[in-house]
Design a binder for this molecule. Structure first.
Ligand code: HXC
Length: 261
């Protein structure tokens, strides 16, 4: 599928993508690079971080750096942001996309199981946003958090992720209000079912479940990673200069179902 944005939209800009070592967030990181940005990705797994760095470098946009870092560790996140600012001089765009999830009924969640997802998704986003303050509070800066439909619509077996992402929504909107006067924008993207991602794999574990889920999507297909990346590019570009504090669904128009992806 052709990309809508390509060229030098982000030349001399610097992007920091938490969770950007794989999946949707890696797709976003690559789209930033395709538009000329220098890109730093962080993820828990060092090997994956190194691989992501190589893949982003191979695009031939700006420079790339992959760092091993757990978003649950505030000091590690702060250090990664500092490294980014020291290497590239600034940070202009930030994506908080690191997430943990699994499918479990409420009674199947141990306190630690619930807390783990809250820690990765919600506390992780707080850590990334909070630690970015010194670099991102400037005119033109753009922050994005990746959320999910279950943050607004109850979904069975997703109490932990739904609660975490609902928190991410209000954290991001509050930041948009508080940091807006400094020229910063903050928005949320809620992807629908995106082909090849963990989310689709564990929420549609059989071909029959997948087929039924796709039938609930008015577009009658799964989304593609580059379609989420295009929204992230738009939200970090001047084309969206008056858009802030918004949650934008990129889900093929799934307005009616239970968001089962
Ligand atoms: C019940 C579970 C469980 C399961 C883990 N736990 N999996 N409980 N059902 N299927 C419990 C463990 O028993 C443990 O509790 C606690 O969770 C922590 O587990 P750990 O394995 O020690 O944690 P950790 O190594 O930090 O791994 C975190 C993780 C893991 C979330 C559990 O799956 C992970 O790292 N995932 C990262 C990748 C990922 O999930 N991506 C999906 C993103 S998709 P006890 O009590 O035993 O100590 C996404 C899209 C959402 O977010 C939209 C679509 C729905």
């Amino acid at each position: 599928m052709a990309k809508s944005f390509h060229g030098q939209l982000f030349s001399n800009k610097v992007a920091f993508v938490a969770g950007g070592t794989r999946g949707i967030n890696l797709g976003i990181a690559k789209a930033f690079a395709e538009n000329g940005a220098n890109v730093v990705v962080i993820g828990r797994n060092a090997e994956r971080a190194a691989r992501a760095q190589q893949e982003i470098s191979d695009i031939g946009g700006g420079q790339a750096l992959g760092l091993s870092c757990d978003v649950r560790d505030y000091d590690a996140v702060a250090a990664a942001l500092k490294t980014t600012a020291e290497k590239f001089g600034t940070i202009d765009m930030l994506v908080s996309g690191a997430a943990g999830n699994f499918f479990a009924p409420l009674v199947g969640l141990s306190p630690n199981g619930f807390k783990t997802v809250i820690d990765i998704d919600l506390i992780g986003t707080f850590n990334v946003f909070r630690a970015s303050f010194d670099y991102l509070t400037k005119p033109g800066a753009s922050l994005i958090a990746i959320t999910a439909g279950q943050s607004e619509q109850a979904m069975p077996f997703q109490a932990h992720a739904a609660a975490a992402k609902a928190g991410v929504n209000m954290l991001t909107k509050t930041l948009a209000v508080e940091w807006g006067p400094a020229g910063v924008r903050a928005n949320l993207i809620a992807p629908g079912g995106i082909e090849g991602t963990e989310g689709v794999k564990f929420l549609s574990s059989t071909p029959e479940e997948l087929e039924a889920a796709v039938k609930r999507v008015p577009a009658r297909r799964l989304g593609q990673i580059n379609e989420i990346a295009d929204m992230a590019v738009f939200l970090c570009s001047d084309a969206s200069a008056y858009v802030s504090g918004q949650l934008i669904y990129v889900d093929g128009g799934t307005l009616t179902g239970d968001g089962s992806f």
